[in-house]
Design a protein around this ligand. Structure first.
Ligand code: URA
Length: 283
């Protein structure tokens, strides 16, 4: 009798050898330990170790680390900075010549790179009436003067009908003309809000220095630039002919001469607006 036993029963050597061979055939060909090994525990321990190794990386970045700004936020910051610079430059100008120089040199507007000429103003700075348009077109860009293309020729005829002219020497009968933008937008596209925002401090100072009695806002863009956001929601076709306030002065929105060239039927209302202007300055 051997001293081997299996589940409490004694085993003879032959049976024990047969069992061993049978286990080897099943693949249990390594010696076993006294204590069983739980392979699931091993896997769990390995995972815990890997997590611990990762943990310092996850906590390395402090919770409060500033995130890089989104492109939109970065663009808004850049715009705000340019508006601040424009405001400072405009406020420092004490004459129209100084203002024109400051505005011409201001490089916070991309349009400057694509335009041929700086287009500041035309007419008599002593005029009682200041007309504000949108932006130079092709002809204006070529000549460096506002409203000298087809729309400008119509504008001259309109104001001539109430005896006002840009070349009048007499301040009583003179016009002064400027635009919201001094550089031509490519392809005559509408000015973008950011372009209007950076030019607005210059325009406000321009109005201050000319000190007109009344302002005529020609079309949507100058209305959007100069009027209260609540007011401009209505659009030029509703605003036109209704006296309002812009830059602290009486202002008359009118439809733009380009619109009148495309929509001759609207000239009747434009004529009514001109008569209203005439009555205001020649009561
Ligand atoms: N339209 C404008 O608003 N301004 C110009 O100078 C020319 C066309």
């Amino acid at each position: 009798m051997s001293d081997l036993s299996y589940r409490g029963s004694a085993l003879d050597a032959e049976t024990a050898l047969a069992l061993l061979q049978w286990q080897a055939e099943l693949g249990a060909d390594e010696p076993c330990l006294d204590e069983p090994i739980d392979r699931y525990d091993e896997a769990r321990a390995a995972e815990a170790e890997r997590s611990a190794a990762r943990a310092p990386i996850a906590t390395a970045a402090p919770q409060s680390a500033p995130r890089p700004p989104t492109p939109a936020a970065a663009a808004a910051d850049a715009l705000a900075e340019q508006v601040t610079i424009a405001t400072r430059l405009a406020a420092a100008a004490t004459t129209l010549e100084e203002l024109a120089e400051a505005q011409r040199g201001f490089d916070g507007i991309e349009l400057r790179k694509g335009a041929r000429n700086f287009c500041f103003a035309d007419g008599n700075p002593k005029a009682r009436v200041m007309v504000i348009g949108e932006a130079p077109g092709e002809e204006e860009d070529l000549r460096g003067l506002p409203f000298v293309g087809r729309a400008g020729q119509l504008l001259d005829r309109m104001f001539a009908a109430i005896h006002l002219a840009r070349d009048a020497v007499d301040a009583e009968r003179a016009l002064y003309i400027a635009n919201v933008l001094t550089w031509r937008p490519p392809g005559n596209r509408r000015p973008e809000p950011g372009e209007v925002a950076v030019m607005l401090p210059f325009l406000a100072r321009h109005v201050d220095l000319v000190d007109p009695e009344v302002i005529v806002l020609m079309g949507n863009t100058p209305c959007q630039a100069a009027l209260d956001p609540q007011v401009i929601r209505q659009g030029i076709l509703r605003l036109r002919g209704n006296w309002t306030t812009a830059f602290g002065r009486p202002a008359l929105p009118m439809t733009h001469p380009s619109y009148l060239l495309r929509t001759p039927a609207a000239k009747r209302e434009a004529w009514a607006d001109l008569l209203s202007l005439s009555a205001r300055i020649d009561p």
